[in-house]
Design a protein around this ligand. Sequence first.
Ligand code: SF4
Length: 294
Amino acid sequence: MNYEPSSHNLARFPKWLKRPAAYSGRQGEVNNLIFTGNLNTVCVEAKCPNRSECFSRGSAAFLILGSVCTRNCAFCGVEYGTPHVADPDEGQRLAEAAAAMGLKHVVITSVTRDDLPDGGAGAFAGVIKLLREKIPDSTLEVLIPDFNGSVQALNTVLDSKPNVLNHNIETVPRLYPAVRPQAIYPRSLALLEHAAADGKTKVKSGIMVGLGETVLEVRNLLTDLKKTDCSIITIGQYLRPSRNQVPVAEFVTPEQFAEYEEYALDLGFEQAFCGPFVRSSYRAGEQFGKQLKD
Ligand code: SF4
């Protein structure tokens, strides 16, 4: 799939979604570290529209437990199928790459691994431990799947004490059957509520807009999220990764994003990041008060 607007559809993109043709900076270095470390990033696997910008700035979001997902969400470009056997050395290589990149805030996510007894929770905990040893001054953010609602799996991650625990609720409940059929809206809310009640980590969530939701539905979702005590919210524009995913229903205007941000802050979220190119890991370190390596 390809998130980058093709020359064919570029003309149909509103002006606020047009970006510089290319970024340079540290892209080569980041690509090289990922390649030599035999690592995956969600940036590449999901063909995130920000990857040139993020890589050029020396950042990336690591994807653990392979690049094949056991779920087939209709908005997501990550490959769906039979996942890879978990690689026991992946965490060590990831920690080394993160150190070489000079990351002060490391974002780790995974494909959904419904095939694993713990859903991959142990792998998250293992990576956090290795990163703490390798780069003790860095803050760590995990973007986790729903672990099929397993509190035990969630506790495994919470006990490893990431600085930020993120679980994207992705879209409004009405659209779950169409775009997120193997997930359950109340189950994701319950995960966030449990994580926030734990009190050891900042809890964060995010959604995409432009999938056909209404403004009222987004406001209601923000109210639901606030009730869980989630403290950070990200809202970005859905962009169709390829013709295999659902089409964009609407290009949400920057003014509407600003309105969502104001609404979320008025509800009491500590931080709200809303804009066309916002993704949950976009400039995540800066969201958390950490600048990237100079
Ligand atoms: S926004 Fe996140 S997923 Fe996209 S390129 Fe940046 S770090 Fe990667």
